[in-house]
Design a protein around this ligand. Sequence first.
Ligand SMILES: [Zn+2]
Length: 390
Amino acid sequence: MTAASICYDRIGELVTCVPELGDGSPLGVRTDAAVVVEDGVVVWVGDAGRAPATDHRVEVGPRCVLPGFVDSHSHVVFGGDRSAEFAARMAGEPYEAGGIRSTMAATRAADTAQLAERATALVQEMRRQGTGVVEIKSGYGGDVDTERRCLEVAAGLTEETTYLGAHVVPAAFDGDVDAYVSLVTGGMLEVCAPLARWVDVFVEEGAFDADQAREVLTAGMAVGLGARVHANQLRYGPGVQLACELGAASADHCTHLTREDVHALADAGTVATLVPGADFSTRSPVYPDARALIDAGATVAVATDCNPGTSFTTSMPFAIALAVRECGLTPSEAVWAATRGGAVALRRHDVGHLGVGAAAWLTVLDAPNHLHLAYRPGVPLAGPLAPPDA
Ligand SMILES: [Zn+2]
């Protein structure tokens, strides 16, 4: 072992998300366990007191250790504040996609340092609550320069950056969606693609229809970006089918799914990423039916959708609690969806689990087991045990 090796020993419950490392369940749970981390990578997992010699040893005790949450859907680069819009919605006004434009105006007015300061603070807030890897989208720029600035900020915080030029049509285009799609698939893509790993589009009435979305996604894929889609959030629609048709990594929201949509997700291997914080904050009358997705064989992830308009939470434990209470996941399924599921949605093999070779994002709960994440909603149980660079 080199000088950087640390043993986390006497862990009451270890959730590995590798079935064969634990009890054979998807969470791969083992009790009275130990993990050895070296240079930010998990190098050994086994029974307490049995680890090879290390330079440092931390006694964890009767608490739960699990992989850092993988928050595969966030919009933390933005300017402005929409608390008044939230209050109006709670007073009875409906949510429609156009509220995004008020954030666009505020984002353009902010300088890059202001955007970076806010986004950094939000990612730190995520980390304090046990999140490891986070995906961050652009989408509040609406012009080439601001989209580029937003992606530069995102790229300073994560490798999982997503170009969401096609969030809504900016007011300046006066409803000329095709002209804006030309920009998103042309000059804006050219500037933004080098800063992004993914391309995303909001398929919704008031945003982009299936044909426009297909143009956006195929243009991004043609320059090497992976596809993900905002799909079926506010009503039934073509987003999920389009995501599956194009082999997107993930279809996000999935609040309104037909039986055909559910089976398409299962067949295509496109992850259904549920963001119940958005359904909560828009007071959606329905939540995604995670039970139907799992029963059909689809892969389910859970994320925060942290954004100023419709889900201003950085808390993966909150998303887990909602996924259990409102979407029909069991507590164990929700924890998997928030860790390994998020990793699958980002096509990452090195995070979302604690097998040998994984990046050592270790989250610890002030609780004896992972069930407490859903069982004790609103209680700050989760925090970082050690980031990989500790
Ligand atoms: Zn979103």
